[in-house]
Design a protein around this ligand. Structure first.
Ligand SMILES: [Zn+2]
Length: 385
């Protein structure tokens, strides 16, 4: 293993490596032109990157040139390191071990558990042990571990987590004392946005809206996550839809998430149909059977969400809005209803689509955080798109 190399600190090295990652395959001669570095610097830096096994030489292209030798191209070594990524809900935990480029090696899921300040450390340790049972040998080992937490996180510390008490312990310090790789902690909706940015789109300005029990969103502007002064940016669910409306635990009344969250839809549909329990599968079944009440409810719900989306477009003017929600995944008509409702001359050209990361946007966003720190590259794009 190459020692103490968690980050590539030198700026030129990071610039050159980013160019190689962005171009997928590149000749040395192209690198000088693309980065503005002189040929001697390019030669020195590529030598160092090759020694550190962060890039690889491959022979590609036409062999009919002089001597029959194929020209040497440089590519990013996506298997230079591995990363641990977690989505920590109040009643579930999902973990992923992957290479730094997003190739998944192993996953772990724990359902119907109770995540608290007492249980989180043993639950994570169990999962890390499970995942690392499959860890392959890589030049740099484990580049880091990033957790997605459902609540407000500021400087890698959960500060407001209404669904569980993770804001009562110094989680990052506890984990850093236990593991010898870097630990990062972020809000789940922000990670979902970064996952979409890094692995599923070529856009620079992107908003991901996560709709579960509440509604949160992550904002990426010019490739950078917008967190706000206290890490609270993007709490879209607590924007006010109806003044004097339904009370919300946040202290306001009439918050968007009291009407347009998945939880609000399920409760409304359970009431209308006199059912004990509704989830996305049950509601999707009714929609497939063209149940008029189900159709009316999802249309109304999507229209309410579109008011929040309209406001986000007005404030941020993104290239794309991505919806991360099992409800919207299973009922594609809901995204159509949202798009149909965005008719103003300001909003009608903004693309609204569902996630392409199949429910794993948080895990891939967590990986993106680890990869950004390991490679010392911001605006990192790793997907095939
Ligand atoms: Zn609220």
């Amino acid at each position: 293993m190459i020692s103490s190399k968690y980050t590539i600190r030198e700026l030129n090295q990071a610039t050159l490596l980013k160019t190689i990652i962005d171009k997928k395959e590149v000749f040395r001669a192209e690198l000088a032109a693309a980065t503005g570095l002189n040929k001697a610097s390019v030669s020195d830096i590529t030598k160092k990157l090759l020694e550190e096994q962060l890039i690889l030489e491959t022979r590609m292209g036409d062999a009919s040139t002089a001597g029959g030798r194929k020209p040497i191209m440089l590519t990013f070594n996506g298997q230079a390191a591995t990363a641990l990524s977690f989505d920590v809900g109040y009643n579930y935990l999902e973990g992923m071990l992957s290479y730094i480029d997003g190739q998944v090696i192993a996953t772990v899921t724990k359902q119907r558990i109770s995540v608290t300040s007492e249980t989180i450390l043993p639950l994570l340790e169990e999962s890390v042990v499970d995942l690392l049972a499959n860890v392959p040998d890589t030049p740099h080992g484990i580049a880091g571990m990033t957790l997605g937490i459902h609540g407000v996180v500021f400087h890698d510390q959960p500060v407001f987590t209404p669904y569980y008490d993770l804001d009562t312990i110094d989680l990052q310090t506890e984990l850093a004392n236990h593991y010898d790789f870097p630990i990062f902690i972020h809000n789940e909706a922000n990670l979902a946005a970064l996952g979409e940015y890094t692995f599923s789109s070529h856009y620079q300005n992107l908003i991901s809206i996560s709709i579960h029990s509440g509604i949160g969103c992550g904002i990426v502007e010019s490739g950078k996550l917008q967190l706000g002064k206290h890490g609270k940016a993007g709490e879209l669910g607590h924007s006010i839809l109806y003044p004097s409306g339904r009370p919300c635990p946040c202290g306001n009344a009439g918050c968007l998430e009291q009407y347009a969250s998945s939880k609000a839809v399920y409760e409304e549909f359970a009431r209308v149909k006199n059912l004990d329990y509704v989830n996305s599968d049950i509601l999707a079944d009714y929609v497939k059977k063209e149940d008029p009440q189900a159709n009316e409810l999802i249309r109304k719900n999507a229209e309410l969400l579109s008011i929040g989306i309209n406001n986000m477009i007005m404030m941020y003017d993104p290239d794309v809005i991505v919806i991360n929600s099992s409800l919207y995944q299973k009922i594609p008509e809901m995204t159509d209803h949202v798009n149909d409702a965005l008719t103003s001359r300001f909003t009608r050209d903004t693309l609204v689509r569902t996630t392409r990361l199949e429910g794993n946007a948080i895990l891939f966003g967590a990986l993106a955080i680890t990869a950004q720190h390991f490679l010392n590259i911001r605006k990192l794009k790793l997907g095939d798109f």
